[in-house]
Design a protein around this ligand. Structure first.
Ligand SMILES: [Zn+2]
Length: 114
């Protein structure tokens, strides 16, 4: 996993310690990144679908999680609520009740803002 978003390495370690399995499908992830096995590798995931994406643009540790390559590419730039309705999530039972705590907390915060 490269730190292409400018996240300080100590913050990244905190995120990695918190998100040991994929925050969505809970699979164990490979780290560091192996291109041939990218679907099972740990990738940085932005919960905010519309940013900020970079640390110097006020990205917060609470809005960054670690998920596997499959979930990351499946979600793409969809809103979480939209992604949860896709075949990928339905087949894997990924929804707002099954995701890891950092994602639940994010969804709760977002709802409060609305
Ligand atoms: Zn996953």
């Amino acid at each position: 996993m490269t730190n292409k978003y400018g996240i300080p390495s100590d913050e990244l370690l905190r995120i990695r310690a918190r998100d040991k399995n994929c925050v969505y499908c809970h699979k164990e992830m490979i780290f560091p990144f192996i291109p041939k096995k990218h679907k099972d590798c740990a990738t940085i995931e932005h919960l905010n679908f519309d940013g900020p994406f970079y640390w110097d643009e006020d990205l917060q540790i609470e809005d960054v999680v670690i998920c596997c390559g499959s979930c990351n590419s499946s979600r793409g730039a969809k809103k979480l609520s939209e992604w949860f309705r896709t075949k990928y999530c339905i087949a894997r039972n990924i929804n707002e009740n099954t995701v890891a705590d950092p994602v639940k907390e994010y969804l709760t915060r977002k709802r409060e803002k609305c």
